[in-house]
Design a protein around this ligand. Structure first.
Ligand code: HAM
Length: 426
């Protein structure tokens, strides 16, 4: 097949059994979100580029990985690389901040996101993210609720080998002090650092710590750590987060070097990675708190906290942990139509479907044997066999595939009989 007709790099097709598995996971996620009081929000897959390209954003995602294009109206639009900024845009646009009694507004979303990254296992250019955002309240306990929801979903999917890494970036004052310390520290090393890091040094030296190129450079090991630049308020906030995690029995590892790849974080940041993970692409869910985004979009100084979970990654991990099995398709009834019976077979099929059963039939005029095989492959619990005699007398031969019993019923008794068999009464 010519390359131009094949999947674009970094994208995937999801076939029948994949989709069944995905829907199962999506349902579990929706149930858990409901339990924690998060409501689904659906925002567009593209936004004005400025929604993502916020001023001074120096993250790789914004500077290098966005799918941006001009539409016919000469607007610059961007396929969403993540969920948070679009959700905050919607939060402000719909004035959800207007009713303090309803804060924090707790929202979740699921859908495709797009990043021009180098594809590899667990990293795609179109990937799917489930994410939550709790907007409008600042409380260490809310940070912990957010983490607990991620942990709870992972547990329901049978994942036992996740490690929660956590850190704090402190408040604005602490971060400014830390940025200055990093600037001073890295200045003499600038000639050794990559070009991106030299740019990061200017714009946001915190980003240097997240560099994939320079991360093993010897000067990284003794770089200043955030912990030493936290003011009292930030320290206290983080301690409360850790205490509540302890109280909930959620294990964590404090990771001084965790700064996250995106620019908008403040205070608590976290990543859940498989225990045996190698490299940077392993986080299954990751997020943190952000103080400035709502204000940036014009909604006032309200904080938010959330995480994003890569569905490809969590599903693969759940399968590896044995917590998620591929669902085989099984149907209620298969209608075998033989000989010249016109539309009688389809009519019977439709009757069964109208009664709520999932039902298949043959359109290829296959032999009786081939149709039995098909019903077997689809794990039909009831087989309805129709020939010319049945069509003439408005009857049907029914076979219970569990007991192998076979009998004839009138068309009007068909639905009730199939129902009985499926309930196990026959
Ligand atoms: P993020 O760390 O960029 O954060 O992405 C969150 C998760 O999305 C990652 O941990 C990973 O599971 C998945 N992911 C990211 N990029 C890819 C990719 N190319 N292929 C497959 N999976 C990927 C955010 O997006 C923030 N919006 C999270 C957040 C929400 N922070 C606060 N609220």
């Amino acid at each position: 097949m010519a390359e131009k007709y094949q999947l674009p790099r970094g994208t995937q097709d999801f076939l029948g059994s994949d989709v069944r598995l995905w829907k199962k996971v999506e349902n579990i996620i929706a149930e858990e979100c409901d339990r924690y009081g998060y409501e689904e929000i659906r925002t567009p897959v593209f936004e004005h580029t400025e929604v993502f390209k916020t001023e001074n954003d120096s993250s790789d995602m914004v500077t290098k990985e966005m799918y941006s294009f001009e539409d016919n109206g000469k607007r610059s639009l961007t396929l969403r690389p993540e969920g948070t900024k679009g959700v905050i845009r919607a939060f402000v646009e719909h004035k959800m901040y207007g009713n303090p009694a309803e804060l924090p507004k707790k929202l979740y979303y699921m859908g495709p996101m797009f990043r021009y990254e180098r594809p590899q296992k667990g990293r795609y250019r179109q990937f799917h993210q489930f994410g939550i955002e709790a907007i409008g309240a600042k409380n260490p306990l809310l940070d912990v609720e957010v983490i607990a929801l991620g942990v709870s979903i992972s547990r329901r999917l049978g994942i036992k080998n996740l490690r929660l890494l956590i850190n704090t970036l402190g408040d604005e004052e602490s971060r400014n002090r830390y940025r200055q310390a990093l600037k001073d520290y890295f200045e003499p090393y600038l000639p050794q650092l990559c070009e991106d890091c030299r740019r990061r040094w200017e714009l946001n030296p915190l980003r240097i710590l997240d560099c994939k190129v320079d991360k093993d450079s010897p000067c990284f090991a003794s770089a200043p750590v955030m912990r030493d630049y936290l003011n009292e308020a930030s320290k206290e906030y983080f301690d409360k987060v850790l205490k509540a995690l302890d109280d909930l029995g959620i294990e964590y590892v404090i990771d001084d070097r965790l700064v996250r790849g995106l620019d908008y974080y403040s205070n608590t940041v976290f990543e859940a990675v498989p225990v045996d993970a190698q490299g940077q692409q392993a986080a299954v869910f990751a997020g943190g708190q952000y103080d400035g985004l709502v204000d940036y979009f014009g909604g006032g100084p309200l904080p938010g906290i959330g995480f994003g979970m890569g569905l490809e990654r969590i599903i693969t991990l759940a399968q590896e942990n044995g917590g998620l099995k591929e669902e085989e398709r099984a149907i209620d009834a298969y209608v075998i139509a033989m000989g010249e019976i016109g539309s009688y077979g389809l009519k019977i099929t439709q009757r069964l479907r109208d009664a709520g059963f999932n039902c298949e039939t043959d359109y290829q005029k296959r032999s009786l044997k081939a149709q039995f095989k098909a019903s077997d492959r689809l794990k039909a619990r009831v087989i309805v066999i129709l020939g010319e005699d049945e069509a003439a007398s408005q009857t049907a031969v029914i076979k219970n595939t569990a007991t192998r019993e076979q009998f004839t019923v009138k068309e009007d008794e068909l639905v009730a009989t199939v129902e009985k068999i499926l309930k196990g009464d026959n």
